[in-house]
Design a protein around this ligand. Structure first.
Ligand SMILES: Cc1cc2nc3c(=O)[nH]c(=O)nc-3n(C[C@H](O)[C@H](O)[C@H](O)COP(=O)(O)OP(=O)(O)OC[C@H]3O[C@@H](n4cnc5c(N)ncnc54)[C@H](O)[C@@H]3O)c2cc1C
Length: 303
């Protein structure tokens, strides 16, 4: 369960309140505020706070005194220009604070993004809930035979059932032992900071994560990508939807230049030029390695 009824009541109460402000607000983002968007089986993302909007980006780029009187079309053009030319600091003027509930093995990938502010739920201070990520049947994939860092076909039949049984059984058993060690009933009870080491990496943790838009786009570029592990990608996808409602002009530029765009090496660009001239180019005469050629073919959809 992503949120308990008591937690949902707190969220509902927070959403009933409003405060007058002279600061920029975005209707699309106000609609998201505090609401938990479910991700995976027990996880969520929810916006706790945000600062800035599309206009804050152009305002900083122009170093304006007020909100500026430029039309949306001018703002869209300027934001696209900034994105295209890697003029990134104006995007840092917007910030978002998220509350994220996620499995520990996903958190380990996420925390590698160092340019954010994080405060995690303390399992030294508090007892973790009995909540584990158990993949849905369609996510129970075999090891990929072509990519060491990826997955292949979905497991089926007895093998899928056996794997699920192991995952569920191990999670339950480990949590039972965690509770057994913590229990002070007739014994001293092991410290929480020690008992937690028995928990598997699919147990859920939570944190507040605050990041500026430039670094959020960097995170999304890497984690909403097809090469990212599915279990972190679904969080990135959920955040993408929120960002599209928050800063639609900036998100649209990001989608165009970063998410949907590709970077071509000088060798690849030379191949494109030769192809445009009608020359027959293949891996052997491209100057690229087999791996580079495969990715190049994929990028420009040669096949
Ligand atoms: C598909 C995929 C596979 C991966 N596989 C592995 C793996 O096998 N093993 C592994 O260890 N990691 C792996 N990673 C993690 C990856 O190497 C990065 O650590 C992670 O993506 C965070 O990126 P970042 O450092 O650019 O982000 P951030 O930490 O947010 O940094 C943003 C930018 O700030 C600058 N920066 C921040 N801190 C420093 C610093 N201390 N020194 C210099 N510059 C800094 C850099 O320019 C950096 O790009 C993988 C990531 C992806 C997306």
């Amino acid at each position: 369960m992503p949120v308990t009824p008591a937690q949902q009541a707190e969220i509902d109460e927070a959403r009933r309140q409003s405060h007058p402000t002279m600061r920029a607000t975005v209707p699309g983002m106000e609609a998201h505020l505090f609401t938990a968007h479910p991700v995976l089986d027990h996880g969520f993302i929810r916006v706790v706070d945000y600062m800035g909007d599309d206009a804050a980006i152009t305002q900083a780029a122009r170093v304006s005194y007020g909100r500026g009187t430029k039309q949306v079309t001018n703002d869209a053009g300027l934001i696209r220009y900034l994105m295209r030319h890697w003029h990134s600091t104006p995007f840092e003027m917007c910030e978002v604070k998220l509350h994220v509930k996620l499995p520990v093995f996903v958190a380990r990938q996420w925390i590698r993004h160092r340019t954010a502010n994080v405060n995690e739920y303390s399992a030294r201070y508090s007892i973790l809930d009995r909540e584990f990520y158990i993949p849905a049947p369609e996510a129970l994939a075999a090891q990929s035979t072509v990519n060491n860092q990826g997955r292949g076909d979905v497991l089926a039949g007895d093998e899928a059932a056996r794997v699920l049984e192991i995952l569920k059984g191990d999670s339950t058993r480990c949590y039972d032992h965690y509770q057994e060690m913590l229990s002070a009933d007739g014994q001293a009870g092991l410290a929480r900071e020690l008992a937690r080491m028995n928990l598997p990496a699919n147990v859920y943790t939570q944190w507040y994560w605050k990041v500026d838009l430039h670094n959020l786009f960097h995170f999304l570029r890497l984690r909403a990508d097809a090469h990212a592990q599915m279990e972190i990608r679904v969080y990135a996808d959920a955040i993408c939807q929120v960002v599209a409602d928050w800063v639609p002009l900036a998100y649209s530029a990001f989608e165009d230049y970063r998410l949907g765009g590709v970077t071509l090496s000088s060798k690849a660009m030379e191949c494109v030029r030769r192809m445009v001239k009608g020359e027959s180019v293949d891996q052997a005469n491209s100057g690229m390695s087999a791996g580079e050629w495969r990715e190049f073919e994929g990028a420009i959809e040669l096949n």
